[in-house]
Design a protein around this ligand. Sequence first.
Ligand code: 2F8
Ligand code: CA
Length: 236
Amino acid sequence: MAQAMLGTMKVHKLASSVFIGATGILSKGDFKSLDGTDLANTALEYAAGEPNNANNAEDCLAMNEVGALEDVSCSRLLPYFCRKESTKKCRVTHVKSLCKNHGYQWESHTGSCYKFHGAAKTWRLALATCHSEGGHLAIINNEIESKLLKKIYKEHVENIDGAKESRHALIGFRRWDDGEWATIHGESLVNAGFSQWSPSEPNNSGGEKCGSIHDNGLLNDAPCDEPFAFICEISP
Ligand code: 2F8
Ligand code: CA
């Protein structure tokens, strides 16, 4: 993998480092890949003196032009690589194994798997938690998925711990700076396939820019900085 990345960097004449899919955002210094693999147990080659957590502000990993790793600030602007499994069959196999490893439940009706996190977190930390498991905050793409998440919510409501309010759980949409509500993948709610707000929502009660699912399966706007339960999804 690293060799292929180095080859691509050469072709594109990238002299600087590139971000790789691993961070220590959730637990400082414990670098994990985006699918949750603990990098402490992996043979990695760091550049000399790295990781050094300079200014106590380096929670992301980058690879330099000779293939060695260094920790860098997540706020830096660097090139990056994306990877997508090549065939649908291959992606499904990969996803099913991720789901199993991280305690997600596979749902044939939607072709995704889901995990209800009862230990409440703010929207941003919930987003990072789903990413660390190889998933994303759940996105509702149709009524079937809304009903399914409502059912999952009901099954786990008793496990909610530390939430500001337990009648809703955070999912993957928010109001962006242009004022529009869109999913974490940048699609409008209508284009994503589900835009039904719960009655009287969004009500921006006390400043609410983050998305949640109400216990009736419909959408709510919720405060970004208060802890709530949340639902992650892994999809092929
Ligand atoms: O469902 C109505 C209302 O419920 C809560 O406010 C009492 C939610 N806020 C929090 O949970 C902090 C609102 O988002 C929701 O509109
Ligand atoms: Ca609201």
